[in-house]
Design a protein around this ligand. Structure first.
Ligand code: F6R
Length: 617
């Protein structure tokens, strides 16, 4: 959630750190700060700490271009403990102001640690859990930074990714990880640290990923990693992929709009080489499952949060329909604590864009603890979930910077559809059925591109008409059935998070069991009604809300004039087979959120209270 960046080397660190923070800002953006180990006015080195509330831009203004110091740490914060104030922003320092710490995660026993430290006379200056860290490290500091941090962390319960600098050791940085990602990057006479390789990809391509309960001493020449209990460990260097490069906005005013428009391309990348028309099947090498293994699977559980959970819901329906495999999707934070029944022939798929979501990671670990097989369906290469699962597929969306997920959703759905096709072809589908489905899937990127050409940037037409209704509403309903119920949930989530418009999504038939009481004259209802087996029944539900005065925005298959006639605003999407429709019906919903957010003056790429990668529970 928060972002960490660190540098030890020969260059002036401040501008490098600010550049890294700017790249990380999508992970959390309540406040930002940095600490530099810089030559003091009189004797030796001291710490210079600069913090600002708000976006990284505010910090950039506060840091002088001439800022000295070749060792430093920087942080962007997403508040957990304590409000958004300068005092609560990181870095935090010890009482002597010679040790500075930045922290991602949550210190669960911070209250007990703070009480104890206060009894010893320590004065706290913030409301954060993180501030116990510099004070604890100071308590154990006898001249050796590594051992001081190691001793302090032995007392801490919770999750952390931390970086620490010491005024007494200008060329040293200590970092440690437990449940919050950290990557160390190798340069030429300089070493980088970050919570996300994006922050440092411009400076180095060679990295190592720290594992949980590891601690590292970093100098400009390199690093030494050990376990917190003192055992030495060795890591191989990873080469960062080229996909990390293209994270600029280009000519688009917002990342969200750019990422919506990237979908034909990201989807093609996800499908590339995976759908095999010759056999009517599909190939996901990362799963490493033989046909015999696939026949032996008895149940598929798909775990994720937010948008990734919605993609999982589509995947579960597809698994049942294409592969005749019992399947369910579940919110990871619920799964991990309900003591689920897990059997040896279950297969779990953990869906995550970032690969760092704490709740999804917890669900993966719970399934693994109970002997379950878990594979990742992940976007960020080398991320914690991908590495913990060991096997799985990358969805290849490319960097997704806007906080609201768009292109990751379509790639996740596509990867799950490919998995369902692969399993289905082995278990129940004939070559003709498999080929027809695969062909339809391969046709989507072009259909998407055509649709986006017409509607993506249009300044008038049905998207704008729909946005007009939505932005005036007190409350909006999203309805759909089958896979479209998952799309309805995704549309409602997007509109809430980007435009802050209260909304609700329901499987359409469920409305009459209670929520229809909320409909009155002028309530906008967005109905997702592609031409599938449920079309007629969903249209009946649309009639029911119309009869109560709802203003219907209807997303339907091109050429379905009967459906279009029921709507005040009707939006056609290209034809596709039923399970594939989410890849197309979600496009207008993404644009609704974007355009409504824009019309209401929202911070599109960094909506309030949110962060891109949710690394706390
Ligand atoms: C919504 C959104 C979130 C994420 C969720 C899971 O637009 O982005 O709901 O989908 O936090 O994140 P990942 O996929 O990174 O595990």
């Amino acid at each position: 959630m928060c972002g960490i960046v660190g540098y030890v080397g020969g260059r002036k660190a401040a501008q490098l750190l600010l550049d890294g923070l700017r790249r990380l800002e999508y992970r959390g953006y309540d406040s930002a700060g940095l600490a530099m180990v810089a030559p003091g006015a009189s004797d030796g080195f001291g710490l210079e700490v600069i913090r600002r509330v708000g976006h990284v831009a505010a910090l950039m203004e506060a840091v002088p271009a001439s800022q000295a110091g070749s060792t430093g740490i920087g942080h962007t914060r997403w508040a957990t403990h304590g409000g958004v104030t300068e005092a609560n922003a990181h870095p935090h320092v010890d009482g002597t102001e010679r040790i500075a710490v930045i922290h991602n995660g949550i210190i669960e026993n911070f209250a007990a640690l703070r009480d104890h430290l206060q009894e010893e006379g320590v004065v706290f200056r913030s409301e954060t859990d993180s501030e116990v860290l510099p004070h604890l490290i100071r308590k154990f500091y006898k001249g050796d930074p590594l051992e001081a941090a190691r001793s302090a962390l032995a007392l801490v319960h919770g999750t952390w990714g931390i970086a620490v600098v010491f005024a007494d050791h200008p060329g040293v940085m200590i970092a440690a990880r437990n449940g919050s990602p950290l990557v160390v990057g190798k340069g030429d006479g300089e070493t980088f640290l970050a919570s996300d390789p994006h922050a440092i990809a411009n400076y180095t391509r060679q990295v190592v990923y720290l594992e949980d309960r590891e601690i590292v001493k970093i100098t400009r020449e390199g690093w030494e990693i050990s376990r917190l209990d003192g055992r030495p460990v060795s890591h191989v260097l990873h080469e960062l992929g080229i996909e990390l490069g293209s994270s600029e906005k280009g000519l688009f005013p917002h990342y969200m709009l750019k990422e919506i428009h990237e979908q034909p391309e990201s989807l093609s990348r996800c499908l590339l080489g995976r759908v095999v028309p010759e056999t009517g099947g599909a190939k996901l090498g990362g799963f490493d499952l033989s046909p015999r293994d696939i026949v032996g699977i008895r149940r598929v559980g798909i775990l994720g949060c937010g948008t990734s959970y919605h993609a999982g819901q589509v995947g579960a329906v597809a698994m049942e329909q294409l592969a005749r495999l019992p399947a369910f999707a579940e919110i990871a934070s619920e799964f991990r604590y309900r003591n689920p029944v897990i059997q040896a022939d279950d297969l779990f798929l953990a869906v995550s864009q970032s690969g760092e979501t704490a709740d999804t990671m917890g669900a993966v670990q719970e399934a693994q603890t109970k002997g379950g097989r878990v594979m990742g369906v992940v976007n960020v290469v080398g991320s914690s979930i991908a590495r913990t699962c060991g096997r799985g597929v990358y969805v290849h969306s490319g960097p997704e910077i806007a906080v609201a997920s768009t292109k990751a959703f379509t790639s996740q759905v596509a990867a799950l559809l490919v998995a369902a096709l692969m399993f289905g072809r082995t278990r129940v589908l004939g070559p003709g059925e498999g080929r027809a489905f695969g062909d339809d899937l391969l046709a989507v990127p072009e259909r998407m591109a055509g649709w986006l050409d017409t509607y993506g940037m249009a300044h008038h037409g049905p998207i704008i008409d729909a946005v007009e209704l939505l932005t005036k509403a007190r409350f909006v309903f999203f309805l759909g059935r089958g896979v479209s119920a998952a799309v309805a949930m995704e549309g409602a989530l997007k509109l809430k998070e980007v435009a802050y418009i209260p909304c609700m999504s329901y499987p359409a038939a469920e409305m009459k069991h209670g929520p229809i009481a909320l409909i009155d004259a002028n309530t906008p209802v967005v109905a997702i009604v592609p031409n599938d087996l449920m079309r007629d029944k969903t249209l009946s539900n649309v009639q029911e809300v119309r009869a109560r005065g709802a203003r219907v925005i209807l997303i339907h298959t091109e050429g379905d004039h009967e459906a279009a006639r029921l709507a005040e605003v009707s939006i056609p999407v290209p034809k596709a087979s039923a399970l594939i429709t989410p890849l197309l019906t979600v496009l207008p919903l993404q644009l609704f959120a974007y355009r409504a957010g824009l019309a209401l003056g929202r911070d599109i790429d960094r909506p309030r209270n949110l962060a891109k990668s949710v690394t706390v529970e």
